[in-house]
Design a protein around this ligand. Structure first.
Ligand code: GDP
Ligand code: IMO
Ligand code: MG
Length: 427
């Protein structure tokens, strides 16, 4: 069982960081394969809480090598401050490997992200403002800057020139901003070259050799299935592929190597930023989920939109990722509701629809069809095995499993590493 993928089955913030950290002690490598510091993964170890943005959550497990794959976009200043923050807290980060092919989020990408959002006005995506979309756009337009470019000043200068050529026209003529000077950007980027040098590696070779030697590699997705640029609620998505296939392109590992794909699934639903969300709540239940679940963004501090569990989305995630297992998180947050609504289908323009519609218009019209499941009032945060859960909590989990199309192999009952019920072993 050499390679596993762990990814978000909803709109992000499902608890991927905690799940990755939990497995970190039993795997040799943890690899980020897409996204950047738009991610915010909270990991709680004992009485210590860590907020990770760019580093794989495996960084907190001493035996594990953390890898930033070629598919990730890297803001060097964020990376270096994340590393020094961890070092100050006694975490050894020396094993980190960064792909030389990963693209760099430059200061002008961050500027473009912010001005584009401002100009979109009420049509804005609600991005994290970290330069993610513009950096991936440069990659696709073949004017991106890669980590390896930091080690050839002449190439770097030419590439920054090419990238700024059109951008400066747009910034000055369309957005009324000052032009960005090539020299200044090059100078700023070169400062990072020496600092990043110890970590830069041919990660594709390293990971494939590790797999040949029967090492266990865990791919940790950022964001979630419904934020995927191809399979999500476009255009209200991020600019990469968090879905399982993204692990292959974003790390350079063939699909035949991946034997397990774990979908992290929150026992209810949240979303940050704009876009459709059929089960969103605007009443006190939504407020209660936000309060009890601590649903505030780790990256931007924005309140997360909250709603009931949506089985249509979970089924879709099973399909597009080929999920083999679910890790159900935050079941404890639902303690105290007498009845818990679960969305089993949508009603779209008067018709019952069982599967996620491919049409954006239809999805915007989707109204949830709810089934009521009986709740429980007992504290479940100390439960260690499935049988420790009250019957109604067991039945809730079983119902979700049935509707979602893959077995639930673990259940989170609290933010801590140990607050997890393991049902089937992942490794
Ligand atoms: P990620 O982006 O998928 O890693 O998720 P975030 O870290 O952004 O948000 C998940 C939040 O839920 C974090 O604050 C976690 O500490 C917390 N969390 C994870 N699993 C559980 C759980 O089972 N129960 C509770 N109460 N909190 C959890
Ligand atoms: P983790 O890994 C939740 C959302 C943003 C916005 C959209 C596009 O913590 O689950 P971007 O800055 O990526 O261009 O923003 O995607 N978004 C996330 N929502 N969790 C995340 O990461 C997210 N990363 C991006 O809010 O709606
Ligand atoms: Mg998060």
């Amino acid at each position: 069982m050499p390679a596993l993928v762990l990814l978000g089955a909803q709109w992000g913030d499902e608890g991927k960081g905690k799940a990755t950290d939990l497995l970190g002690g039993s795997v040799d490598y943890v690899v980020r394969y897409q996204g950047g510091n738009n991610a915010g993964h909270t990991v709680v170890v004992g009485d210590q809480k860590y907020a990770l943005h760019l580093l794989p959550s495996g960084i907190l497990s001493p035996g594990c090598t953390p890898v930033i794959g070629n598919g990730v976009v890297v803001d060097p200043s964020v990376l270096l401050s994340e590393l020094s923050g961890l070092n100050e807290r006694g975490v050894d980060t020396s094993k980190l490997l960064i792909s030389g092919n990963a693209h760099i989020i430059t200061p002008y990408n961050v500027t473009v992200d912010k001005v584009t959002e401002r100009f979109l006005g009420k049509r804005k995506i609600g991005t994290t403002g970290r330069g993610i979309g513009p950096t991936y756009a440069d990659k696709i337009n073949r004017v991106g800057i890669r980590v390896q470019d930091l080690y050839d000043e002449s190439i770097l200068t030419q590439k920054v020139e090419a990238a700024l050529d059109v951008k400066n026209q747009i910034l000055t003529k369309l957005y009324n901003r000052r032009a960005i000077a090539v020299d200044q950007v090059v100078e700023e980027l070169l400062v990072y070259a020496d600092k990043l040098a110890p970590y830069v590696a041919d990660t594709v070779l390293v990971l494939n050799q590790a797999l040949e030697n029967d090492k266990v590699v865990l791919f940790e997705g950022g964001q979630g299935t419904l934020l995927d640029i191809d399979h999500g609620t476009y255009p209200f998505v991020t600019s990469s592929n968090p879905t399982a296939g993204g692990a292959c392109t974003g790390a350079g590992v063939g699909p035949t190597k991946i034997s397990r794909v774990i979908g992290i699934l929150k026992a209810y639903t949240t979303r940050v930023g704009a876009g459709p969300f059929p089960t969103e709540l605007f009443d006190e239940d939504g407020e209660a989920l936000r309060r009890i679940g601590g649903e505030k963004g780790v990256t931007t501090g924005r309140d997360r939109r909250c709603g009931w569990f949506d089985a249509v989305i979970a089924r879709y995630a099973t399909r597009v990722n080929g999920l083999t297992d679910f890790f159900l998180t935050k079941l404890d947050v639902l303690t105290g509701w007498e009845q818990i609504p679960v969305c089993v289908a949508y009603e779209i323009d008067g018709k019952r629809v069982e599967e996620l519609p491919y049409s954006q218009t239809d999805f915007h019209h989707a109204k949830p069809v709810y089934e009521m499941l009986p709740g429980w009032s007992e504290d479940i945060s100390k439960a260690k095995s499935f049988s420790d859960l009250p019957k109604n909590a067991q039945d809730y989990a079983k119902a979700l499993e049935e509707m979602s199309g893959a077995p639930i192999s673990a259940i989170g009952v609290g933010p801590g590493r140990n607050e997890t019920i393991e049902i089937n072993s992942f490794i």
